[in-house]
Design a protein around this ligand. Structure first.
Ligand code: IVH
Length: 675
């Protein structure tokens, strides 16, 4: 029998954790380890052993608990207490001088201003919330107002402390910064992906974003993500340092990683030289940067300057010029999109630009081809700006020595062979075959299954491609007729993956009206318009029968969208597909008006894994009944839905005597309201 841990044992655990946290910080954040990896592993193993003998001593902030949380079904949305703004951009030195003039004028400041200079990291912006020094929550920036809860994944990142070091930090502190993947690790990742036939990432930023968006934290843990902290959001208790550079230093002392290239700069001239210096040193860094960020250093002055709508008046990003390379246009292929639009895509002789190999560039449309005067065989300047899709900047006419060939718009669809339709009013040319063209079928199905539509996890581009090519599905309703047997007959799909796909197909049947409308892929109807339509009409039949005139009464819907909706429903095949989907079991709760919502007083939190449907759908259902759904338990929380493998949230809810629903009880509640 294992005995109660003695006080001595408890002290040893605390001591080991402090020691591990300290050395973790030296290793990951300061790049200055004091002990060997072996010694570190020894400490870690010792702690793990004690914790396995005395599980009651395990705490959520123990360094052993970074990985190990159960995979999520979907990410929860989080509203930022203070919006995460963006920065105004400057491209020329004159823009900086103008910025400085404006700032000084506003402040009525005659002499030089002190600025802070930092590299602009090209990664993914995140927010980390610490309460009493403990990491409580991590979220992505999202649209600046709402992001996604990535706490489980952030916990696996070595440069993110689970507990802040030292003292003097505010009781509540929201740290903001950028998560990225080192360039060398990005290359290693792509080499490994290529070996097993997986899709490679276009650039380190995408690789970082993709790694953070893993539902299984064990997968994120395998990626070499790192973080630089650069500012704070909301905070309570304790006075903060008075300037940006001092704040960065404090963040460093509290265990966060701060960028070593930060500088205090006196006057705008020093800012310009700083930019030049960082630009010169850029190629030696193992992380991507796309410029420098200059901030008025004093927080008092920052406060006086305030904000414009989406960016602060006290900061500016001086962007680096786009990186360029020279390549040759080998071929132009025409891609067919969901609505049949043909896009010319340039196939280039592989060229490395800013550490990334470029083989394709979009030519957008034939007008762009004409504007560039480009021909097959031409030498071209390829430009890559940050995350943007590579672009052909210009043709090097002087290098045109070999014979070149004209780029011809095909007269038939490159996929299905149907005649191409040209509308003289627009530059867009289309394959008019609609769903009889397999490219349009694939894209339509892909859109239907995508995350913001019916969210059928596991049904990605490759599988859809195979299913369509094998004639197993030809429209979206066929998805609901798929069998496990059909799936396992496809290449590279085992029994387990087939089960998972079938399960997510079944789960997707419970959806909402806005998602359903969006999933149909009517041209120009995004999520927001789909919501407006759902709120206005309340049912799909009503939308299908509405006249163009009444459709235009909906906010967001103008002449073009109204016409697109009418055209969609006037096609018999579309009408039939909608009907079939409903017959095959796709359902959504009815939309109702706000006043009489039964759960309008309640604040729910959902924890653990639900079997009947994803957490996102559970949240939508609750919101539909008027409830608010939050991700953290507070005194204001009124109910907790506790699924399988619920963790700390459940114990916290018990402590706070919050009403707890099992999944079964939750289903009964929904049933009561016919949702
Ligand atoms: S400060 C009020 N500092 O750039 C804005 N941002 O367009 C506060 N970024 O989304 C941002 N490095 O993700 C700041 N040293 C740095 C940065 C930085 C990268 C990103 C950030 C933000 C975007 C702004």
């Amino acid at each position: 029998m294992v005995r109660e841990p003695s006080q001595k044992m408890k002290d040893l655990v605390t001591h080991l954790r402090e020691k591990i946290n300290y050395h973790n910080h030296r290793y990951h954040s300061l790049d200055a380890p004091e002990i060997s990896d072996r010694e570190f592993d020894g400490l870690f193993r010792q702690l793990k052993e004690i914790e396995s003998l005395h599980p009651e001593l395990v705490t959520i902030d123990s360094p052993t608990q970074r990985v190990g949380a159960v995979p999520l079904e979907a990410f929860t949305q989080i509203k930022h207490e203070k919006p995460m703004l963006s920065l105004d951009n400057a491209f020329e030195a004159e823009d900086l001088i103008e910025f400085d003039d404006k700032v000084r004028k506003r402040l009525e400041h005659k002499g030089q201003l002190i600025y802070s200079g930092e590299p602009k990291i090209d990664g993914v912006a995140v927010s980390l919330l610490y309460e009493y020094g403990e990491l409580k929550r991590a979220a992505t920036r999202g649209d600046g107002f709402t992001g996604e809860d990535i706490t489980q994944n952030a916990r696996t990142i070595g440069t993110i402390p689970l507990t802040l070091l030292g003292s003097g930090f505010p009781e509540k502190l929201e740290v903001r910064g950028e998560i990225y993947i080192p360039i060398s690790d990005f290359h290693a990742m792509n080499i490994a992906a290529k070996k097993v036939g997986e899709k490679e990432f276009a650039n380190p930023r995408n690789a970082a974003a993709g790694s953070l968006r893993q539902l299984d934290p064990a997968k994120t843990a395998k990626r070499q993500l790192k973080m630089f902290a650069y500012s704070i959001g909301s905070h309570e208790g304790k006075q903060l340092p008075v300037s940006q550079i001092k704040l960065l230093e404090s963040l460093g002392e509290w265990g966060l990683r701060i960028n070593p290239l930060r500088r205090t700069l006196f006057g705008i001239e020093e800012c310009i030289s700083y930019y030049e210096k960082v630009l010169g040193d850029r190629s030696e860094l193992d992380y991507e940067i796309d410029g420098v960020v200059l901030k008025v250093d004093s927080f008092l002055l920052q406060e006086k300057l305030g904000f414009l709508s989406r960016s602060p008046r006290w900061a500016i990003a001086k962007k680096f010029p786009a990186e360029e390379g020279v390549s040759y246009l080998e071929e132009v292929r025409f891609q067919v999109g969901r609505t049949g639009a043909l896009t010319p895509v340039a196939r280039l002789k592989p060229v490395r630009v800013g550490g990334v190999t470029i083989t394709n560039a979009s030519l957008h449309n034939m007008d762009e081809v004409d504007r560039l005067g480009i021909r097959i065989g031409d030498a071209v300047v390829v430009e890559r700006a940050g995350d943007v899709i590579p672009k052909i900047k210009k043709v090097l006419i002087e290098k045109r020595v070999r014979p070149t060939t004209d780029i011809q718009l095909p007269s038939n669809c490159p996929v299905c062979g149907s005649i191409i339709i040209r509308n003289p009013d627009t530059v867009v040319v289309r394959c008019g075959a609609g769903l009889s063209c397999s490219a349009q079928r694939k894209e339509t199905i892909r859109h239907f299954a995508s995350r913001l539509a019916l969210n059928i996890e596991g049904l990605g581009e490759k599988i859809i491609g195979q299913l369509v090519d094998e004639n197993l599905i030809s429209n979206v309703s066929d998805i609901y007729r798929l069998t496990k047997k059909q799936l396992t007959e496809l290449e590279r799909i085992g029994s387990k993956s087939a089960d998972n796909i079938i399960e997510s197909i079944n789960r997707s049947k419970h959806t909402t009206l806005p998602r359903f409308i969006y999933s149909l892929g009517i041209p120009d109807i995004g999520e927001a318009t789909a919501k407006e339509l759902a709120n206005f009409f309340g049912g799909i039949e009503e939308i299908g029968m509405a006249s163009e005139q009444s459709l235009q009464e909906v906010p967001d819907v103008g002449e073009i969208i109204a016409r697109n909706i009418r055209q969609f429903f006037s096609k018999n095949e579309n009408y039939l597909i909608v009907r079939e989907l409903v017959e095959l079991g796709v359902t959504w709760p009815e939309m109702s008006s706000n006043e009489s919502l039964p759960l309008k007083e309640e604040i729910f939190v959902i924890t653990g894994t639900l079997v009947s449907f994803s957490r996102v759908v559970a949240k939508e259902k609750l919101e539909f009944l008027g409830a608010k759904v939050s991700t953290t338990i507070t005194k204001r929380t009124t109910c907790l839905i506790s699924g399988d493998k619920a963790g700390t949230k459940l114990s916290k809810a018990i402590d706070l005597k919050i009403k707890i629903f099992s999944e079964e009880e939750f289903l009964k509640l929904l049933e009561k309201y016919n949702v």
